[in-house]
Design a protein. Structure first.
Ligand SMILES: Nc1ncnc2c1ncn2[C@@H]1O[C@H](COP(=O)(O)OP(=O)(O)OP(=O)(O)O)[C@@H](O)[C@H]1O
Ligand SMILES: [Mg+2]
Lengths: 238, 555
């Protein structure tokens, strides 16, 4: 199979909630962009701009109202539920904005829950160590702080070793140093594996670490720029 | 273990109370249903065992004079009769007047006794008593009976105790004109203990009787064959009566002839002493003629009877109808239990799925298939259903038939209930429990999983509360505390829950009322029957064949 340079292409994608009703919301409004392979992409925008909506679309977790979503040569907007499940399992690692850990499973088991069904997973313990939770592996989520839970969510996404790592506000609950550590993990992931990471954030100060920055305002693309010289996370200040 | 399974296992552990309450509720419903369904066949089966063990006769023929050997041959050659067993029977009062006992010659092949203690009588002065007398006599003791023409002896040595399928009740084994009018027990002796040789009882086994005891097929066929035999017996008895009557008539004629001769002789005699002798002879003859006339009356009442099991075996019909009564109960009573159990487990299962909504969404987002996610919940639901069915059916198959049988059998001398395995009610119960658990999960999880992953990952938007009627009564509404107001609104906000609660309370109340109602009406029955309806203490019956007061006691 010929590998094209481009991994993702969105053309005229819209997501409309409560269509044709009084409370209609155009969460994503006519988005078109492309993302190359091996890119670290950052999607920025203020609260309610439609970032999570876009990320869910890319992660095969929601349908779109209009437009096409080409990923790795197939239009996932036309996928059946079964195809989408396979896509989520094999291609995507997702860090959810609200972590969504399973309360009945320990931190480590939460990670294993994901990498058990992945094709080429990373060792769950290694993933836990990489987010700095080597000593908290046997804790249950309710026994952990918000930031710790968020890091478990990161470990769970990374452990799948996915082609596309999607992170929704992955440092939202973290202090400056811990946040930086996590961001570095994402940057290293792209550099080491040549796979893709897309980070959603409202913090525009981290933009310099990315190859590609898409800015969304009110569901529309305001800016779509490439960094020719991305900065290592270590040198980032905010 | 895969982590998704582990998750469900932890869920199960964390919600033990929920799991067990549903399981037990289902088990209770299954218990009542399976138990009642099993009781009728188990009771029938127990009785059939009893009958098979005794090789209980299909029919019993009897007459008070005994069957002649030509009659027996005639019956034996009837096309319906397979085998026949000859026996003797008489009823006696014990010397102390306490017990009326049916004494029978111990049958060898048909309607056998089961010796429960001691041994069969070996000599003609030995006796085995029915278990009815177990508390009154001991083995080795002597039992004295009032003089009975049919028996050679008045005293017997007790050598054992026995049961008989023809005398299953503990008391009131039939009516008699001895003692207090009720037969209290039976006893078995050797044939040689009887004085008369002609058997007055014939035990019959029919040919071509298919079906089992209490099955319509058997009972109908039996009734048919017994009617056939009765017709035959009617012919036999008529012949017998005619023969006997003509014999007596011959005698009477002879006597009358002699009478005439004597009268003539008297006219020719003048000798006082000779006259006296002739007078005496004449009086004697007149007496004989009188006696013969009464004998003719008795003979005219001679009947040969053919009785089916329901008639000759005390308890056969009762046990059958007792068992049948349970069938009726089993068709109504479990409905209440199942309705409550189904409703509760249905609600709980649905709510469990709704509570796990976000978790289900997460698993879906991680790439777990709908099938895999749903199967975890089906497993949980199936497990409650399987465990509930196993516990309920296990106890139902063992305990309920036993308890019910024992309560019916309290007035009988019977073996323990014979339990058997009944697959159909267990399967029906299992399907019903599956319906209330697995099907409930299906109904809840199917539409949930059909939604977009992002939607499932969000908690469900709560139903908006509407203004309720009570709020328009401002003065009352304002007096309610905040929590009361919330409660009042929630009642109408969650209609499903409201109806479940109302139906649940209604169902439980209905069951309670039914229980108390049954108890009360049963308690009232006896005082009403014997206090208000039946006032008499003694019953007199007019015997229209009696000619004078002395005849009255005769049959
Ligand atoms: N299920 C939904 N039904 C209706 N409207 C929705 C739904 N989900 C999101 N929206 C709306 O779509 C818009 C975009 O939401 P989205 O979650 O994508 O924002 P966001 O950029 O991720 O915001 P934040 O930074 O706060 O997470 C918002 O106005 C939101 O109210
Ligand atoms: Mg968001």
């Amino acid at each position: 199979m010929q590998m094209s340079e481009e991994l993702i292409r969105l053309s005229n994608v819209s997501k409309i909630y409560n269509a044709h009703q009084d409370n209609e919301v155009r969460a994503n409004d006519d988005l078109s962009f492309t993302i190359k392979r091996g890119e670290l992409t950052i999607i920025v925008g203020s609260s309610g701009a439609g970032k999570s909506t876009l990320l869910n679309t890319l992660g095969g977790m929601d349908s779109v109202s209009e437009g096409e979503v080409w990923i790795n040569g197939s239009d996932i907007s036309g996928f059946s539920e079964k195809q989408r499940t396979t896509y989520r399992r094999q291609e995507v690692g997702f860090v959810f904005q609200f972590y969504n850990l399973i309360p009945n499973l320990t931190a480590l088991e939460n990670v294993e829950l994901a990498n058990e069904i992945a094709q080429d997973p990373i060792d769950a313990k290694e993933a836990m160590k990489s987010v700095g939770l080597g000593k908290r592996m046997n804790n249950f989520p309710p026994q952990m702080s918000g930031g710790e839970q968020q890091r478990v969510a990161v470990a769970r996404a990374i452990a799948k070793n996915p082609a596309l790592l999607l992170a929704d506000e992955p440092t939202g609950a973290l202090d400056y140093h811990t946040g930086k550590k996590i961001l570095k993990i994402f940057q290293d992931y792209v550099n080491d594996t040549g796979k893709n990471v897309i980070i959603v954030t409202h913090n525009s100060l981290i933009k310099p670490m990315a190859d590609h920055v898409i800015e969304i305002v009110d569901g529309k693309i305001k800016q779509d720029v490439f960094n020719d010289h991305k900065i290592p996370v270590e040198d980032l200040e905010w | 273990m895969s982590k998704i399974n582990l998750n469900m296992l932890r869920e199960l552990k964390a919600s033990k109370a929920r799991f067990f309450s549903i399981t037990l509720l289902l088990a209770l419903a299954v218990f009542v249903f399976v138990g009642l369904k099993a009781t009728t066949p188990d009771m029938n089966q127990t009785m059939r065992h009893e009958y098979a063990q005794a090789n209980l006769a299909d029919a019993q023929l009897s007459n008070s004079l005994g069957f002649s050997s030509s009659e027996i041959t005639d019956i034996q050659n009837d096309k319906t009769v397979k085998s026949i067993s000859k026996g003797l029977q008489t009823t006696s009062l014990t010397s102390d007047g306490k017990h009326v006992i049916d004494i029978i010659s111990i049958p060898e092949k048909i309607s056998k006794l089961v010796i429960t203690q001691g041994h069969q009588p070996k000599k003609s002065n030995e006796i085995v008593l029915g278990e009815q007398l177990k508390d009154s006599y001991n083995i080795g003791q002597k039992i004295n009976i009032e003089h009975n023409d049919d028996l050679k002896s008045k005293q017997f040595k007790i050598v054992g105790f026995a049961t008989s399928s023809a005398y299953m009740k503990k008391n009131n084994l039939g009516q008699t004109n001895l003692g207090d009018g009720k037969i209290d027990a039976f006893a078995g002796v050797k044939k040689s203990s009887f004085t008369n040789a002609d058997p007055n009882i014939l035990q019959i086994k029919f040919k071509n009787l298919s079906g089992k005891a209490y099955q319509d097929k058997y009972e109908y066929a039996l009734r048919h064959k017994v009617t056939h035999l009765q017709n035959k017996l009617n012919n036999l008895s008529e012949q017998r009566r005619n023969n006997l009557v003509s014999d007596i008539d011959d005698k009477i004629n002879q006597a009358q002839a002699t009478q005439t001769v004597l009268s003539k002789q008297k006219a020719l005699t003048s000798n006082d002493t000779a006259l006296q002798t002739l007078n005496n002879k004449q009086a004697e003859l007149a007496d004989q003629i009188n006696q013969a006339e009464t004998q003719k009356d008795t003979i005219s009442q001679l009947e040969y009877t053919a009785q089916s099991r329901g008639q000759f075996s005390v308890g056969y019909s009762d046990m059958g109808s007792d068992a049948k009564r349970i069938t009726g109960l089993s068709n109504t009573f479990p409905i209440f239990f199942f309705a409550v159990a189904l409703m509760v487990s249905f609600t709980v299962m649905r709510r469990m799925v709704e509570e796990k909504r976000v978790e289900i969404g997460t698993l879906k987002a991680l790439g777990y298939s709908n099938y895999k996610i749903a199967s975890e919940y089906y497993l949980y639901a199936g497990l409650t259903s399987i465990v509930g069915t196993i516990i309920g059916a296990g106890l139902g198959l063992i305990i309920l038939p036993k308890v019910i049988f024992n309560s019916f059998a309290a007035n009988y001398v019977l073996n323990d209930v014979y339990l058997t395995w009944h697959i159909t009610p267990v399967l029906v119960a299992f399907v019903l429990t599956l319906l209330s658990t697995v099907f409930a999960v299906f109904l809840a999880i199917k539409p949930l999983l059909a939604q977009q992953t992002t939607v499932i990952m969000l908690p469900k938007a709560p139903t908006t509360g509407k203004k309720i009627l009570l709020e328009h009564l401002t003065w009352l509404w304002n007096k309610l505390s905040f929590s009361r107001k919330v409660t009042a609104r929630n009642i109408f906000r969650y209609k499903g829950r409201m109806w479940m609660t109302i139906l649940g309370v209604a169902g439980s109340t209905a069951m309670l009322i039914t229980g108390f109602g049954m108890q009360q009406s049963l308690n009232k029955m006896v005082p009403v029957q014997y206090g208000e309806i039946t006032h008499y203490q003694l019953l007199g019956v007019f015997n229209n064949k009696a000619k004078n007061a002395d005849d009255y006691g005769k049959k």
